[in-house]
Each structure stands twice: as C-alpha cells, then as structure tokens.
Design a protein around this ligand. Structure first.
Ligand code: DC
Length: 224
C-alpha cells in the first residue's frame, strides 16, 4: 500500500466534512487533520489578545507566538494553543463569528498551509477544510467537495451547539453559516471553490453511513 495517500475534503460550513473525515480516517487507519480547528485556534488567540486585524506587524508577531498541536484520541480533534487544550472553546460562537475574517488574512493562511503540508508528508492522511484540494494538496489522490441544503446544515449545527449553548437560536446559527459561506467563497485569499477534479458529495439526504460508503467506494480502489 502506498504510504502517502491524501484525501482532501472541502466544502461549506457545517455540511458534515469532519464527520465524514473522521469516519474515513478511522476506517482506513489514516491520520485525520481538521484544518478548520487551526484557523479557529488562531482566531481565539486574536480575540483573547485583541489583535488588530489591519495591523500586519501585530499579526506577524502574533503568529510567532502561536504554537498549535494536535493530539488525536479516537479520531476526535484535540488541539492545543500554546499547550492549553482549546478544543471546546474554539467551537463557541465568539470564535465562529470571528474565524472567517481571521482565515482571510494572507499571513495567517500562509503559515497554516505550510504547517498542513508538513503534516501530510509521507503519511496517509484525511484533511478537511476549504482549500485542501485547491491549495494545500492540489495533487491529492482523492478530492471530495461536500455540500448540503443550508437549512439542513443549520439544523444539524444547532443541535450540536444546543447542549452547551441553551440560549442559542436556529436563526442565529443559520445567519452565522450564511455569513461564513459568503465570506469563505468571496475572499481574495484562497476562496472556497471546488477543484476541477473534486467529486461532489451532496449529503442533504444521506446518512453518515451512506456518505462514508460513498467516500470508501472512491478511496478503497487506491489501496490495493
Ligand atoms: O471547518 P470550520 O467551520 O471549523 O472552519 C472554520 C473557519 O475556518 C471557516 O469559516 C473557514 C476557515 N477555514 C479556511 O479558510 N480554510 C480551511 N482550510 C479550513 C477552514
């Protein structure tokens, strides 16, 4: 078996990329990297330290002081920001509201892409994000581009957030997703777009098991 297969999964916010990526990595014993968690951790640092996003000197200085690490347990993302576990905090609304703006900054993307490419060297890896098949791994053997009905996506995210955010509303979640989709697809730096060779996976009417099978049917032939 080749030891450097990259499965690149891109798509809109909350359309099940990480659910699929985790399940796929677990089934195939690949490494899973949630690239969005990296942008979220940077956004958290920017929030906590009041980084002025129009000040390139502050941004460069901040990036030097940010050290991210993944610890994968059971294919769940555990990310540390300067040795502090922030996996839960990066999913909360203050970070979700800020992250698209942070992810649009050239210096931030350059640094994250560099770290992501290093993680994929000589390893079998599943990485999900927005620019994985277009920028990070343009030569990935398999590229999936995921999409789903925006209303269904908002409902799924709402259910995920409700236990830790009892006051959150479905409208708020819908608005946040719409805003992030718009920001991610229209930004100047590496906008979210489908790579020409990416396979579209619309999971509006698919169960997690069905979407996993869809992906396995495309990846497994590469493993023989
Ligand atoms: O996948 P997610 O929702 O956790 O991603 C958080 C934000 O990070 C999202 O608004 C877009 C950005 N992102 C990106 O620009 N490039 C990536 N490879 C991954 C995420």
């Amino acid at each position: 078996m080749s030891s450097n297969i990259v499965v690149a999964i891109d798509g809109y916010s909350s359309c099940g990329k990480s659910t699929l990526a985790k399940a796929l990595a677990k089934k195939l014993h690949f490494i899973y990297v949630d690239s969005g968690a990296m942008y979220r951790a940077v956004a958290l640092y920017f929030l906590r330290n009041n980084i002025d996003m129009s000040d390139h000197v502050q941004i460069a200085e901040a990036l030097k002081n940010i050290h991210l690490n993944f610890h994968s347990r059971d294919y769940q993302t555990h990310i540390t920001l300067n040795d502090e576990e922030v996996s839960e905090e990066i999913r909360q609304m203050p970070v979700s509201d800020k992250v698209s703006a942070v992810a649009a900054i050239h210096e931030v993307r350059a640094e994250m892409v560099c770290q992501q490419q290093r993680m994929g060297k000589s390893k079998n890896i599943v990485m999900d994000g927005r620019d994985i098949g277009t920028v990070v791994f343009p030569h990935a053997q398999i590229k999936l581009f995921m999409t789903a009905d925006p209303k269904i996506r908002a409902e799924r995210r709402y259910k995920e957030l409700l236990p830790t955010n009892p006051t959150i509303t479905l409208e708020e979640v819908f608005e946040n997703l719409a805003h992030r989709d718009y920001a991610d697809t229209t930004r100047k730096e590496s906008p979210l777009t489908r790579a020409d060779d990416a396979i579209i996976l619309d999971n509006t009417d698919l169960t997690p098991v069905e979407q996993l099978q869809f992906a396995l049917d495309r990846v497994e032939p590469l493993l023989v």
